[in-house]
Design a binder for this molecule. Structure first.
Ligand code: PMP
Length: 342
């Protein structure tokens, strides 16, 4: 029996999202926060392991609603934002439009669900190609448009006037994926929710220290939330993650100081990288820096040999590697080793 013959055609040709466990001393490859949260044992005390989690994550939504000034009815929780991308595409279908390069899951999930993908290359400076996107909206009428801003892996925010134009012109839903918004200098698109019904803001706690807990959420018009909620698995967010996320959100001071340290380190890291001959780092509004370098494969391997793991993006952006901002010591170590390897 050939299992492949049983698999749907769209899945057969799909490659799984690869997360290799690569042994290293300093892990700067996955845009995680270098700062985890300890002392979450308190959260464990309230968990009834024999009971299913709160299917509506009510307590967590209360905190999110307070933080973002929206009603709990405007929030939908996910097991990471990955799951919410799945739900959005399941609910509304395609065509699904996104720029490239961007976060790969928009394309992978669209393909897994058999939906048409419209991938529009970014302009040279990594901003949205408005003309091409508007043309695609007119001719192909995408139902969903995913815009990661700040964008992974390029690190920049897209021009807000271009995003706004897309929202205004689109007959579909525009998802502004603000996974990296906590590190950005502008306000993001949350304030626009009151003016446009077709915006969805997607957020995650993964980049600010909770990647291991898998907590993401959407903020949108209640009607959109209600539709997407129909495809949500009833107990998608486990009790431990709900309780621990609440503990972390209660402690704004710690959260803010971790973010501040990362953004100030990002500035320092960028400055150091810019001084190295043969490297072009791209300005970033996120917790990582994309940089162009000759022979990226060689440099990637050289760094890894000395214990430093970054992400090789050369298959996605020509001659580029991506480094996540770590602790001051990790960043210093990265710069030192990078100079040696070059
Ligand atoms: N959106 C973007 C732009 C990302 O880079 C990532 C993670 N790499 C995600 C969403 C997924 O985050 P989560 O851990 O919440 O699934």
């Amino acid at each position: 029996m050939d299992i492949k013959n049983f698999v749907k055609a769209g899945i057969r040709s799909l490659s799984a999202y690869e997360v290799k466990e690569i042994p290293c001393k300093v892990k700067l490859d996955a845009n995680e926060s270098p700062y985890g949260f300890k002392g979450l044992l308190k959260a464990l005390k309230f968990i009834k392991t024999n009971r299913y989690p709160d299917p509506e994550a009510r307590f967590l939504k209360k905190f999110i609603s307070r933080d973002f000034g929206v009603k709990p009815e405007n929030i939908l929780h996910g097991n990471g934002s990955d799951e919410l991308i799945y739900y959005l595409i399941t609910t509304f279908g395609g065509p699904v439009l996104f720029p490239i390069p961007t976060f790969s899951m928009y394309g992978i999930i669209s393909q897994a669900l058999g939906e048409k993908r419209i991938a529009i290359p970014l302009e040279k400076e990594f901003d949205l190609d408005l003309e091409k996107i508007l043309k695609a909206i007119k001719n192909q009428k995408p139902k969903l448009i995913f815009l990661s801003s700040p964008n992974n892996p390029t690190g920049n925010c897209f021009s807000s006037d271009r995003i706004l134009k897309i929202i205004e012109v689109s007959n579909g839903i525009v998802i502004v994926d603000e996974a990296y918004q906590p590190f950005a200098s502008d306000k993001g698109f949350m304030p626009m929710l009151k003016d446009y019904k077709n915006i969805v803001i997607m957020r995650t706690l993964s980049k600010i220290g909770l990647a291991g807990l898998r907590v993401g959420f959407l903020i949108a018009d209640e009607e959109i939330i209600n539709e997407v909620n129909k495809v949500r698995l009833p107990f998608n967010l486990n009790s431990l993650s709900q309780a621990a996320a609440v503990e972390v959100l209660k402690n704004k001071k710690v959260l803010k100081s971790c973010i501040k340290s990362i953004t100030s380190e990002r500035g320092r890291l960028f400055g150091e990288m810019a001084k190295i001959k043969g490297i072009k780092p791209y300005p970033s509004e996120a917790n990582f820096i994309l940089f162009r370098i000759k022979e990226p494969d060689k440099i990637y391997k050289g760094l890894l040999k000395k214990g430093i793991l970054v992400r090789n993006m050369s298959g996605v952006v020509n001659n580029c590697l991506r480094v996540t901002v770590g602790t001051p010591e990790e960043n210093m170590g990265f710069i030192k080793v990078l100079k040696e390897v070059i």
